[in-house]
Design a protein around this ligand. Sequence first.
Ligand code: GCB
Length: 587
Amino acid sequence: MSTLYPQNNASRTMLDLGGIWDFRFQGDEQWQTIAVPASYNDQDPDPRFRNYAGIVEYRRKITIPSAWKGLRVCLRFDAVAHDARILLDGKEIAKHRGGFLPFEAELDGLLNPGETAELTVEADNRINHSTLPIGTEGENSFFGSDNPGIQAVEAGKRLQDERGINRPAFDFYNYTGIQRPVRLVATPVRHIRDITVVPSVSGEIRYTVETTGTEGTVTVEVLDAEGNVAASGKGREGTLRIPEPKLWEPWPGTPTLYTARVRYGEDLYEQPFGIREVRVEGTRFLINGKPFRFHGPCKHEDSPFHGRGTDPCLNVTDIHLYHWLNANCFRTSHYPYAEEMYQLCDREGIVIVDETPAVGMWASEQYGWNLADYHRQVLLDMIERDKNHPCVVMWSLGNEPDTETYPDKAYAYWQPLYETAHRADPQNRPVTVVGCQNRYERDRVICSMDVVLINRYYGWYNLSGDLEAARYAFRMELDWWEKQHKPVILSEYGADTIAGLHGAVPEMFTEEYQVAFYEAINECLDEREFVIGEMPWNFADFATCQGPMRVGGNRKGLFTRDRRPKMAAHYFRGRWGKLYEKDEVRQ
Ligand code: GCB
């Protein structure tokens, strides 16, 4: 499958199919209106839109323009959550598993230029032990609030199962539907299928171009930021040399971008890339040979109205708020984001840790669920999609699996994925998997990664409200990590905070406590050289499933859900601003 992002240029055309579509729950008679792209869940006050577990149907007419005669035409879905089935005039033309990566449906021979057909998209939001992210099947709910074993509670759960219910094993609302753009795409019949660029800071650019046929010449020109030709060559693979290359540097440096303009027969594709190298050396993470410190909150794709739907205005606003915060990175917790976000971060110099949707794997039985092949495929597809982005500096295999109950089984599961990622990535970026608050001394997985990413909630879920004890305990754990001689990033830490709730005494849920919590934990981080990053949880408040521990969602945001800064946002803006001042690397 080609994963090249659709382009409008002298050879290629795309038609965006966003707008108002028909929508219904499968089995219903009536159709109603729904906006695409967006999650459907918040678009109607009917509780079914929030609670339904099953297949929904989207419908609209599509017409291939007559002017597209003689071209190859396909439908490109940037993502449909979670599983999708595509039908044209009632006939299945494509299927896809997983809700966060793109796929295509060929239309050649099915619909000719000038013709119209009915397009139906079936989207299935059910989650279980064979989906990523994971839904629980019978075991306790995410927050363990089910009082297992009580006869009446168990009977209630059986009733829920009969009605059909999703039980997310993860702490974000299970937004679904056609959440990212859908486009009709036209390319020449003989076309460019894929482009891989591997730059080095010396200015040497290795490239590979995959085409539909083996005949015909491929030419490549590298354009600099001003559009001047900096290097050129011929052939499906080769090495080009850019004299005096300008590097892609993370913010506040200059994230210079180049473009590989590739021609093959009638086809043309312009692939942006940046010249930068990433490497782990001892306990340091180097970008272009300079030590890099990660500081920026983790994110979600989440906002009012759109849910998880792609919204360019929201993305731009968020990244501008990252600049305002003096932040330089985020992790795509807990799934690959829309491609437009990576393109934006390439331009804005924001560094990304790119994560698969393997979240909810906290049950020790997970290693018997036959997930490994599917997980591997998702990982490969993510790397294939995102391999050329300079903003992506590390792959995350997943979030918070159980690695302590059966350490050997866990190692046997995660180690092959680690190796797969290294083999598949032409740029050979560092690889990690994010560790849960656990009995770290039993773990074999997290410490075998290139960089140790640990989520810790000392002072929140543990030692709640007691920041002195939190500091004491966290320091003890950090002593242990120091002996592992790996770079460590605190990849989540945070406190639920109700914006506007204040207290002279900084107690949990007040804005004062959120600041005091971060001050206390950051004090411990600042003492350790091997800690190379801090990623507060979370950038903004976000929607979750209902539960006794969530008051209208997860409130650990530095910003509210509508992006108003809490006191902690001002605190980090000051803290990270000072880091730049004293960090000789960033002068
Ligand atoms: C975690 C999870 C994240 C949750 C967070 C929390 O460890 O990785 O998905 O939202 O904790 O707030 O509980």
